[in-house]
Design a protein around this ligand. Structure first.
Ligand code: C2E
Ligand code: CA
Ligand code: CA
Length: 639
């Protein structure tokens, strides 16, 4: 290259214009601050500086001698250093994209040491003439080590590519392809510029890449919920990570608004949206726009340094605000909230845990009641995680029909043999091992999966009875448990009958166990179904008598055939004389109502003797047998 050579500078000028536009957009539409967009800003700056100094250096090289020699050196050094700097900034940018943690020492060495060496070479070139110099005639000449500059640029670009290939699983598709695009275009442009004299295209390709990165990865709209004009969950995640990196204490408040579904269904979605906007505006004016995030649906979070706010005061104010109605046109609409609060680093240290914690805590606060606040802790996280994995295990078991059914024989006092048995579901999971129904039935109920599980278990029970001709073995019927959710089904009657018909099972061979709570909760639906099933010959047992707020008034209004006294009552009456008296009276009264009595949890001979004297009709308990699988059950009743 020489002073007489002509350069094609159009691309450089276009590059400068694009870079400045990106810079303006970046600053005027500024959103959340992350370390990623801070390094992006550095990246734009360096690109602009190298672009401007490139243009100036071409100008003064072309019109050699119009400025003092030291300025010529300075401009060229600035150009070379800032140009190499863009490559470094880009590399650091990819490290930030691929790593949640701060840069390691090794990362810092890989990022800054080569650049430091290159800068020393560049800024000592006046004396060493190693990178470039102006010869006696004032012509710009490359020194022997100019190749180091190209090598360093290539090193950074290739390192960025490697970084994103190695960590491609962490990157989104658009992140990955943006990095690949940048690498390909800058490498191509550098090669072109090396081979075609005078063509200055590298800056242009860098600016185009900057624009692309801005539009994809750094687009502020990624972090913005347009409808509610607040930050979204992506912004929450970025700011959370940034706060963690700054190692400062901060607090997250999760807010779940209830009643919105009802409004969407009854007043229309636009009413729901209007109310959400009102809530967002309230929160933004209260704690400041930059601290409010709309997570999803009717869920918000507030996040700020622990010391910025009096969080107890905020909780109180929000609760008070929700005690008053929100306005939709002329209508006053009441909404409820559930809130949870968590502190970094006291209760949570990782983003993933925080997100789970908010989810679980809000769920829990919903169970506890309107307007309650749950202080998130590790226990909630563990519980929530366990619930989630059990839910997964249940879903899988439903899909694969993998539940086992065990049978616990029930002993008839008068006939002195087993006349029935209770079917009890069992679940064995490869990761979680044995999961007790006491743990998984409530989870399955919350998610409606219990309906599917009930169908699978009932199918097994019918099949088991028919295939093994249990009536010939003295087993008059099998008991099957119905949960609350199953009792609420309109078509319970049709479903049960259809299944029994499928196996040609006589209807009187099934007894259904229902708790009092389930009976009360499902009211008329159950009553109707019960009567129709009884007309067909089925029987009903009231389960767990004595555990709820059982009162006889409820029992007599339902057509139960027998009462199962809960094991806790059986056990406590053996230890306490008052409990014993109450128990005796209960049994006497039940007998008068013509109800059969099953005592559960009979574990000792002593208990059995006592219960017999009182007049119980059936015994179920470990004294006779634990629940056993089908095969064992068959041998048990044969002997
Ligand atoms: P439940 O209906 O009260 O069932 C009786 C429970 O008491 C069974 O626990 C049984 O193993 C246990 N048990 C029986 N005798 C004794 C004893 O002598 N000592 C002691 N310590 N325990 C005894 P399991 O099998 O763990 O079932 C727990 C609960 O899960 C059941 O309580 C029932 O509410 C529910 N469940 C079980 N299978 C099903 C099902 O297929 N469908 C529905 N909806 N619920 C089920
Ligand atoms: Ca039962
Ligand atoms: Ca029971």
């Amino acid at each position: 290259m020489g002073g007489t050579m002509s350069y094609i500078i159009h691309y450089d000028i276009a590059a400068l214009i694009i870079a400045i536009i990106v810079l303006l957009f970046f600053y005027f539409r500024k959103t959340i601050e992350t370390r990623q967009n801070r390094i992006f800003a550095t990246f734009i700056f360096l690109a602009i500086i190298s672009n401007i100094s490139d243009l100036i250096s071409i100008f003064i090289i072309t019109y050699s001698g119009i400025v003092p020699r030291w300025i010529e050196y300075l401009v060229n050094e600035t150009y070379l250093a800032s140009f190499n700097g863009t490559a470094v900034a880009y590399f650091v940018y990819t490290i930030y994209l691929t790593k949640n943690k701060n840069m390691s020492i090794l990362d810092a060495i890989r990022a800054y040491v080569p650049y430091a060496i290159v800068c020393v070479l560049i800024f000592t070139s006046d004396f060493t003439k190693l990178v470039f110099y102006f010869d006696e005639s004032g012509e710009y000449t490359h020194g022997p080590l100019i190749v180091c500059l190209y090598a360093s640029a290539f090193y950074y670009i290739v390192s960025s590519l490697l970084q994103s290939v190695i960590y491609h699983k962490i990157l989104s598709k658009s992140q990955f392809w943006t990095v690949v695009f940048f690498t390909a275009t800058t490498m191509g442009a550098i090669s072109l510029q090396m081979y075609i004299d005078g063509l200055l295209i590298v800056q242009f390709m860098i600016s185009v890449s900057l624009l692309l990165i801005y539009l994809t990865l750094e687009n502020p709209e990624n972090y913005w919920d347009k409808m509610l004009e607040s930050y979204n969950n992506l912004a929450f995640m970025e700011v959370f990570k940034a706060n963690v990196n700054r190692e400062k204490k901060f607090t997250v408040l999760g807010i779940q608004v209830d009643g919105l579904k009802f409004i969407n269904e009854n007043l229309g979605v636009s009413a729901g949206n209007q109310l959400m906007k009102e809530i967002a505006t309230y929160l933004k004016t209260y704690v400041g726009r930059k601290n409010v995030y709309h997570m999803s649906g009717a869920q918000f979070t507030l996040m700020s340094a622990k010391s910025d706010f009096d969080w107890d005061e905020i909780l109180k104010s929000i609760a008070e605000r929700f005690n008053k109605p929100f306005m939709y046109g002329e209508m006053e609409i009441s909404l409820n909230t559930h809130m949870c609060i968590l502190n970094y680093p006291d209760t949570v240290t990782r983003l993933e845990d925080a997100i789970d914690m908010i989810e679980y805590s809000l769920k829990k606060s919903k169970v506890v009641g309107d307007g309650t606040v749950v202080y998130a802790d590790q226990e909630i996280l563990e519980k929530g995680k366990r619930e989630n994995s059990i839910l997964q295990a249940l879903t899988q078991a439903v899909r694969e029909d993998a539940f086992d059914v065990y049978y616990q024989p029930i002993y008839s006092v008068t006939e002195e043999r087993y006349t029935t048995a209770e079917a009890l579901v069992r679940l064995q999971n490869e990761h979680l091992g044995f999961i007790s129904p006491e743990e998984f039935i409530p989870i399955a109920e919350k998610n409606g999966l219990i309906i599917k599980i009930g169908e699978l278990v009932f199918d097994r029970v019918c099949n088991f009875y028919v295939t093994n001709h249990l009536e010939e073995k003295g087993i008059d019927s099998l008991h099957f448990n119905l949960s609350v959710v199953e009792c609420m089904q309109d078509r319970l009657y049709e479903k049960l009958i259809a299944k029994m018909d499928k196996y040609n099972l006589e209807y009187k061979r099934i007894s259904l166990e229902i708790t009092e709570t389930a009976a009360v909760a499902s009211k008329d639906t159950l009553r109707n179904n019960m009567q129709k099933l009884i007309d067909k010959g089925m029987k009903f047992s009231m389960d767990d008598y004595g555990t709820g707020f059982s009162n006889t008034a409820t029992i007599i209004t339902y057509p139960f055939d027998e009462i199962k006294i809960d094991k806790s009552i059986v056990w406590s009456s053996m230890e306490d004389s008052k409990a014993m008296t109450a128990f005796k009276h209960t049994v006497a009264m039940m007998k008068e109502l013509n109800l059969k009595i099953v005592a559960e949890g009979v574990e000792t001979q002593e208990q059995a003797q006592m219960l017999k004297e009182m007049g119980c009709d059936y015994f179920q308990g470990y004294l006779y047998s634990k629940p056993v699988n089908g095969k064992e059950f068959l041998t048990k009743i044969d002997s």
